[in-house]
Design a protein around this ligand. Structure first.
Ligand code: SAH
Ligand code: SF4
Length: 402
């Protein structure tokens, strides 16, 4: 979500004649787009801002913008009080108002909205925000507080954005929202939105992130089964494999329901790869609860899992990290080892099969199931090709074009 916001911000700068640079020395303006989902992210943002003091001393007319979720949480007063060289603070809730800050600092746009350019993913891939904020209340999560309740963009706005990005050269789109499959605008449901986007000319592949287990329905299963352009991969955060912890987290599903959902998805889309997120060391997590998470890693057959140590985001009673740092660290290590072992098995299952690859160079691309794939030669950037997989090494599949 922050990456998508950063791209919009970069486009607004381009419309004022600016270019993106990775060399701070050359920068006339700096935007720090902050995250606060875990305390570590917020700490990183703060130290990054602190380091910019030197840049600002050398370039007193340079403009520093601090935006995003940590900016929302900490507030303008605190940030400007601590770092008096910040020009503008724009919280995540007001990110659409970023252009007002730009006008204040740099004046109105001098050129038309510049074409989309991808800063983070491959040049073929573009993000399309379909929903901002979140209306769920997972106990550990700060997103609803900093980004506000869920607001869905109109299908018209989504389709215009998607069409513009395809016209600018994107082949693959990623629809974004915190509970993206709960999308609804008027009578348009998520499945209907997918069908509309899938019909846009130039689209080769469609992804979305992040769906929530609560919002899958039969209509979606049908779209998944019938639309080959819908990627054969889903990032479906589980968070824990323990029913007791899932309940405390207010995730709204049990481990059994999550596994049933995986089975339904895989029936609709054979070969579907699923990745996930886990949190370890949630308050009150026992060794038994943690083992349930390890068992879910085995049963879920995930291609990948991002594992996080619980980071308290509120002072509410019961939300303090009550498992020792050393124990949480040990559980994280055990979980990472289990994930590594299982994702290796999942990767090796692809050997001898065909992956549909969207090439980024003549030798490298990503498959529909979201695996990195390498061939010796012959791929065409921006084109889909079948690759017969011959080997697997370090999260990458190796094969031959067919
Ligand atoms: N909306 C998505 C998740 C967004 S946050 C969903 O519900 O699936 C991205 C990930 O950060 C989450 O899946 C979770 O694993 C992790 N996360 C969120 N809050 C956290 C916290 N307080 N401590 C540790 N990890 C956290
Ligand atoms: Fe946070 Fe995701 Fe839960 Fe929303 S659904 S509260 S973003 S973890």
């Amino acid at each position: 979500m922050n990456e998508a916001d950063s791209e919009d911000i970069a486009a607004a700068f381009r419309a004022r004649g600016y270019e993106v640079t990775s060399e701070l020395k050359k920068a006339d303006a700096v935007v720090v787009n902050t995250c606060t989902v875990r305390q570590k992210a917020e700490d990183k943002a703060i130290s990054q801002i602190g380091r910019l003091r030197v840049w600002k001393e050398r370039r007193p007319d340079g403009k520093l913008f601090v935006v995003g979720c940590a900016a929302q949480k900490l507030g303008e007063k605190y940030l400007k009080g601590r770092f008096d060289f910040i020009n503008e603070v724009v919280g995540a809730r007001a990110i659409e108002k970023f252009k007002d800050s730009l006008i204040r600092q740099l004046g109105p746009a001098t050129e038309g909205e510049a074409e989309h350019r991808n800063l983070f993913r491959s040049p073929q891939t573009a993000y399309v925000t379909v929903m901002r904020g979140c209306s769920l209340k997972c106990s550990y999560c700060i997103v609803p507080a900093v980004r506000g309740p869920a607001v869905c963009l109109s299908p018209k706005a989504v389709l215009e954005d998607a069409a513009a990005k395809l016209a600018a050269g994107a082949k693959e789109l990623v629809l974004l929202g915190q509970t993206v499959n709960s999308y609804r605008h008027g009578r348009t449901t998520f499945s209907e939105l997918l069908k509309k986007v899938l019909r846009l000319p130039g689209l080769e592949r469609l992804r979305f992130m992040s769906p929530h287990p609560l919002y899958y329905d039969e209509a979606f299963m049908k779209v998944l089964a019938e639309e080959p352009k819908l990627a054969r991969h889903m990032h479906l955060p589980a968070q824990s494999g323990s029913d007791r912890i899932l309940k405390a987290m207010r995730r709204g599903y049990t481990r059994g329901q999550y596994l049933d959902l995986l089975a339904r998805l895989r029936r609709a889309a054979p070969g579907l790869a699923v990745s996930t997120d886990f949190i370890v060391g949630y308050p009150g997590e026992t060794e038994e609860d943690f083992r349930d998470t390890l068992r879910l890693v085995e049963e879920g057959r995930f291609s990948l899992a991002y594992c996080f140590k619980y980071s308290p985001r509120s002072d509410r009673p019961g939300m303090k990290a009550d498992i020792s740092g050393a124990e949480t660290e040990a559980r994280l290590e055990r979980l990472l080892a289990a994930v590594k072992k299982n994702s290796r098995v999942v990767l090796e299952e692809r050997i001898g099969k065909i992956e549909e690859v969207l090439f980024e160079t003549d030798t490298y691309g990503r498959s529909s199931a979201n695996f990195a794939v390498r061939v010796e030669a012959g791929g065409t950037p921006g084109k889909l090709s079948g690759v017969l997989v011959a080997g697997a090494e370090k999260n990458t599949l190796y094969g031959k074009l067919i």
